[in-house]
Design a protein around this ligand. Sequence first.
Ligand SMILES: NC(=O)c1ccc[n+]([C@@H]2O[C@H](COP(=O)([O-])OP(=O)(O)OC[C@H]3O[C@@H](n4cnc5c(N)ncnc54)[C@H](O)[C@@H]3O)[C@@H](O)[C@H]2O)c1
Length: 476
Amino acid sequence: MSVPAEPSFRDSVDLMFNRAVALMDLEPGLEEKIRVCNATYTVRFGVRLRGGIHTFTGYRSVHSEHMEPVKGGIRYATGVHQDEVEALAALMTYKCALVETPFGGSKGGLCLDPREYSEEELERITRRFTYELAKRDLINPSQNVPAPDMGTGEREMAWIADQYQRMNTTDINARACVTGKPAHAGGIQGRVEATGRGVQYALREFFRHPEDVKAARLSGSLHGKRIIVQGLGNVGYHAAKFLAEEDGAKIVGIVERDGAITSESGLDVEAVHGWIGRHGGVKGFADGTFVEDGAKVLEEDCDVLIPAALEGVINRDNVSRIRARMIVEAANGPITAAADEVLRKAGTVVIPDLYANAGGVTVSYFEWVKNLSHIRFGRMQRRQEEARHELLINELERLSRDKELGWTLSPGFKEKYLRGADELELVRSGLDDTMRTAYQAMRKVWHSREDVADLRTAAYLVAIERVSASYRAKGL
Ligand SMILES: NC(=O)c1ccc[n+]([C@@H]2O[C@H](COP(=O)([O-])OP(=O)(O)OC[C@H]3O[C@@H](n4cnc5c(N)ncnc54)[C@H](O)[C@@H]3O)[C@@H](O)[C@H]2O)c1
């Protein structure tokens, strides 16, 4: 099979968008308005470090403001560039629309390798970057709300929130300027695990539909499925851990920067993660086979391949050797448009990034709402639930006491029953519901339209329809 030429990441996203748009009846001109990035800001700023002045380059791209605030992570990596942040910002627009979080799309990045800086240096750089973005409202609770991405996490989000609050001391909503903060600094339970948890919920939902499982030339449940994961960072670690520990899947390969580790009997994800934390890579991990050329392990036979590191890792050079029955895009853009075309023709099922990794933005939305409502998340729901359920329990207790029932309520039942869901349970159930609903919206299009052959096209169709409805309703 001939493989098409390789486009850039930005062009890849546009090509996927165009494929869906060709199947729609959009008003002339609206298609281009949705596709293009509204604006990308480039900033260069200096920070005094190690006795000298170091200049850093950062970006914040705003793809679509059909809903505000716009939302998207901040990435720290040496390869960050304009094309990349624009592609990622566009994906955020479509992702938010698909999972119905009321945000437009944005993304940012800073060109640096965080491993080369001390914590104190990173804090100074992050605070300065925050200042540069915030003074142009590119960080702002009602206009632009960043979150973690590759190379950043709770720590950086706490610095961003604190810096923004110092610059806006009278803004009572200042904390909502960024999500992914630590729980004790305005964050929400379950945000750190959210993207990996969402990958697990996406796979669970996929396996609830035998017809879809058959399309991937698989059968049965997730139990015992052989999975290879690339990148054991925030997203890959949580996805692999939950799938192995809670669904009985077997992680037969983990691909990292320095190589890969494989084991047919299944890797202990926690142990590999701990090893990477102590040694900086998978090399030397005893309970598995080390493979120096890690990228080769992506080509190994498996049921599910989960790329959870970088974009473009499945491309025109290796796509013909990919043997996975299905691929879940936990990373953004891991499959190029050229490779996607080959996989589609080969019948490999791809669960697309704009759906598969939407768990992060979904729980970010819960965090943002929690910050703006200034109430501990769950308290309102618990009070309402309690009031309703207490009526029922009281009646059951009366019937039980009066021996009108053939059984009695066990001691402590009422307290246990009324305990209500805590924040983590609420977050997880909200995420689960979101992932199920969005999957069903995609699969309806996938199965009901003859001209839609894959989940990615279906996902774009649903997302673009929603973005265009928003523009039609409010005007341009
Ligand atoms: N963090 C989130 O909430 C979130 C949300 C949605 C999407 N994503 C996407 O998920 C992907 C991973 O993000 P993350 O937050 O887990 O990042 P991270 O920095 O926590 O982890 C990335 C992991 O990939 C590994 N890695 C880097 N280069 C590699 C290579 N060449 N080969 C193999 N492994 C490599 C790193 O060592 C690290 O373990 C990105 O595409 C990101 O955009 C993240």
